[in-house]
Ligand binder design. Structure first.
Ligand SMILES: Cc1ncc(COP(=O)(O)O)c(C=O)c1O
Length: 523
């Protein structure tokens, strides 16, 4: 019987070869040959070294507009392969000239980190081995390194070191994973089995976030969960833009009375416009008394908890059920790398666990531990942990503390420059690395036409920011605080110095003065 099968297989294989006219010795893997690989590899290292040696002086944005950039890459699908040299040449001719240089010391956009150099090696090495950190069998070292990094990060910020957690694409997806974990673990029926349409559901699920500083990624997470945006309560803010915790308490209690099901409060730990940290201790208390999940969105600022002099801001962070952090922001890790910590790792597993015969496989192994596909939304995953592992080893806790302190000092220096200038006003006292302020010429301080003045100032602040960014010398953006357009700098580059801040502020003054002359206020 078996003989027959083998015979048939052999004859099938011969037929197949004939039909497809390809023999064993004609198979090729089309890999790059080792000599070329080495030659190109050295050239790539030369190009990267040259890049880093000029990064501080580079024009930050491309000189081309969006249509021109689109045209550069409007290429036909390659039918025949090209040589590695030709392909890599496009890095210099097409890609670099159309890049935005987040590693510049004068890049202050969004909340974008600057990229540690050692991560370049980490990414290249991780890619060469191509482990899949989704499952232990496909990535044992990757799994253990990620586990170690999660514990180190918890240690850095004073969180429980045996917590669960994992790396994710960014803060948004980490917030999503946290919200789902919150729902799964606080609802009084099995939401995994029954979903949101269950007849066991008592009332509408509700989440709470700060009205001003709560981050939009929470809205996206709620959208992804299909909870409906109406399930988000915007809690009023105090004057310093932290969450008003008495209002929070009242809102939750009113919702409970009304038959709703509050399940998660999201506190800001370094907020997007002003970098404030909510009253974590108080929020933790409110949540634990009512069995509500306490999530700390520390995508911007949670790493600041490694600084003893800032410990007062982070009191209560250790009580959070989950914490979002973004190593690709204030740990300077290159994109992408977000992170979620969950105090009880079993709760994370309960949220994301799945199983199928093909996931368990038949490989004999003595390892019965952690498969990351059971702990997060992704199944296959890259070896992102290596760049974090190498960066933490390279800088050490002390190196990171130094870099974070430099950023905070730069924000404080900018605050002083603004305070001492007659034509600018600070919008807040910076606590971490984000600082927002406004161009406000002193001649206009007593103007009575408030509405016209505000819209004039909004326009001026936007124009100043756009004009400076267009020069390529610095990259700055605006945001809105209490309805006013403000100039906002997120100083989370490990390369920024006080001199960079002074140069940028000088430019802001010059451009402000010039535009004020060109476009005077005319009510
Ligand atoms: C407070 C906060 N949460 C979440 C996010 C989303 O992070 P990401 O862009 O990494 O997804 C950001 C981004 O700036 C943020 O500032």
């Amino acid at each position: 019987m078996f003989q027959l099968l083998f015979f048939n297989l052999a004859s099938y294989s011969n037929d197949f070869m004939k039909k497809n006219s390809i023999s064993e010795d004609e198979f090729e893997n089309l890999d790059i040959d080792p000599v070329t690989f080495k030659k190109i590899g050295y050239e790539v290292i030369d190009a990267i070294t040259e890049y880093y040696s000029t990064i501080c002086d580079r024009r930050i944005i491309s000189q081309n507009n969006s249509k021109e950039i689109e045209k550069v890459f409007n290429q036909q699908l390659p039918i025949t392969g090209q040589s590695p040299a030709e392909i890599l040449d496009e890095w210099k001719t097409a890609i670099l000239p159309n890049a935005t240089h987040l590693g510049s010391p004068r890049y202050f956009g969004f909340v974008n980190g600057s990229g540690t150099m050692i991560s370049v090696f980490a990414d290249a090495l991780a890619t060469s081995v191509n482990m899949n950190a989704g499952g232990w069998k496909a990535g044992p070292a990757a799994t253990e390194i990620e586990r170690r990094c999660i514990s180190w990060i918890a240690d850095l910020i004073g969180y429980q070191v045996d917590c669960g957690g994992l790396f994710l694409g960014g803060g948004m997806i980490a917030n999503f994973a946290a919200l789902l974990t919150a729902l799964r673990n606080t609802a009084d029926y099995n939401t995994t089995e029954e979903g949101l349409q269950s007849e066991m559901k008592k009332g509408k699920f509700i989440v709470y976030m700060s009205d001003h500083e709560g981050h939009i990624s929470i809205v996206k997470a709620v959208d992804m969960m299909n909870l409906g945006r109406a399930s988000i309560r915007r809690v009023p803010s105090n004057n310093d833009l932290t969450m008003d915790t008495s209002a929070l308490k009242n809102m939750i209690d009113a919702d409970i009375k009304d038959g709703k099901v509050p399940f998660c409060v999201i506190a800001q730990v370094g907020s997007i416009n002003v970098g404030v940290v909510d009253d974590l201790e108080n929020i933790a208390g409110i949540c634990s008394e009512r069995n509500i999940w306490f999530h700390a969105d520390g995508a911007c600022g949670a790493f600041g908890a490694m600084l003893p002099e800032k410990a007062h801001l982070y009191k209560g962070l250790d009580k959070a059920d989950s914490v979002t952090l973004d190593p690709h922001k204030w740990l300077y890790i290159p994109y992408e790398c977000g992170c979620l910590l969950v105090k009880d790792h079993e709760k994370l597993r309960r949220t994301f666990s799945i199983s199928a015969p093909y996931l368990q496989g038949t490989l004999p192994t003595d390892y019965n531990g952690l498969d990351y596909f059971e702990y997060g939304p992704q199944m296959s995953r890259g070896f992102n942990a290596l760049k974090v592992w190498m960066s933490i080893k390279y800088y050490g806790k002390e190196g990171y503390q130094k870099l974070l302190r430099q950023n905070i000092l730069c924000a404080e220096h900018l605050h002083n420059l603004v305070k001492n200038s007659p034509d600018f006003v600070p919008m807040h006292q910076p606590q971490l690395f984000i600082f927002s302020f406004r161009f406000f010429p002193h001649e206009l301080k007593d103007v009575a036409e408030v509405t016209q003045l505000n819209s004039y100032l909004d326009n001026m602040n936007q124009k100043i920011t756009d004009e400076i960014t267009a020069t390529g010398f610095a990259f700055i953006m605006t945001s809105k605080i209490s309805g006013h357009v403000v100039i906002r700098l997120s100083i989370c580059s490990h390369r920024t110095t006080l001199k960079d801040i002074e140069q940028v502020f000088e430019k802001l003054k010059q451009v402000g003065e010039k535009l004020y002359k060109e476009i005077p206020f005319a009510p």
